[in-house]
Design a protein around this ligand. Structure first.
Ligand SMILES: [Zn+2]
Length: 262
């Protein structure tokens, strides 16, 4: 009996055996693990197929220090036409957004969700990298690539593209803006990890400037640097400074912040 069954199925199996690995492959590609990897894979594959590797150098998953820990850049492509910082978004459904908005909207059927504007996200990456590489802003390009089954429902700027579109964007930049030695130096810097110290310096510098600006603002609007309530003029009633005037938080005694009058 078994023998007969096997004989009956043998031609079927011989004809359709290839569908089994195909189904397995599709199931694997559809798994959520692969969804994340797939987007990056697509970008890598497109780069391999369509970009001349003598002109474009691709770096994957570059980890950079950030204000709050580290940040990861999906892809950096270095060429004489500029440095391209690529952020991939693996999303389905309809996408609504504009360059200025803080959050964008994803709509799948009736389900709506918000996500951070990827242009803003990538702007930070671009800025950090630009500072670390000591490049002019016009030599670093931000590109956001949507992979997965999504449709833009609002007009998108030219640097927000679907999967394959990023090659087109890269190739639209035809003007050489970096010398061959610049390109080599940039690649060496990214590869060597020498980026990290200069980015740390950059971040500390930005923090420092921010702190100065904030302190200046506080002094200008005369508010408490601890709790934000207004500072008021007081006279010391005891101690070494008895009789002297100083600024004290109006929330005293809850807040004991004081400031000497300059
Ligand atoms: Zn206070």
């Amino acid at each position: 009996m078994n023998q007969i069954l096997i004989q009956a199925f043998t031609p079927l199996i011989n004809t359709y055996w290839w569908m089994i690995p195909l189904f397995l492959l599709i199931a694997f590609l559809k798994s959520s693990f692969m969804k994340g990897v797939f987007g990056e894979f697509l970008v890598n594959l497109a780069a391999k197929l369509f970009l001349d590797k003598h002109i474009y150098t691709l770096f994957k998953n570059v980890t950079l220090p950030a204000e709050d820990g580290t940040t990861q850049i999906d892809h950096i492509i270095v060429s004489r036409y500029g440095v391209f910082v690529i952020e991939t978004k693996n999303m389905k459904g309809w996408i609504f957004g504009s360059p200025q908005q803080k959050t964008w909207t994803q709509k799948i059927y009736r389900h709506t969700s918000k996500f951070q504007n990827p242009l803003h996200q990538n702007y930070k990456h671009t800025q950090t990298l630009q500072a670390a590489l000591e490049l002019d802003p016009d030599k670093v390009f931000s590109v956001v690539v949507f992979v997965g089954d999504s449709t833009f429902k609002t007009a998108m700027p030219e640097n927000v593209v679907y999967a394959g579109g990023y090659i087109r964007f890269l190739k639209s930049k035809m003007q050489p803006i970096l010398s061959d030695s610049d390109v080599l130096a940039i690649c060496a810097k990214i590869k060597s990890g020498r980026l990290t110290p200069s980015i740390r310096t950059h971040i500390n510098h930005v923090k420092h400037v921010k702190a100065i600006v904030e302190e200046k603002q506080r002094q200008d609007d005369n508010s408490c640097s601890k709790c934000g309530k207004p500072m008021i003029l007081r006279t010391a009633r005891s101690g070494n400074n008895k009789g002297k005037q100083f600024l004290g938080c109006s929330d005293y005694p809850k807040c004991r912040m004081v400031r000497q009058i300059a």
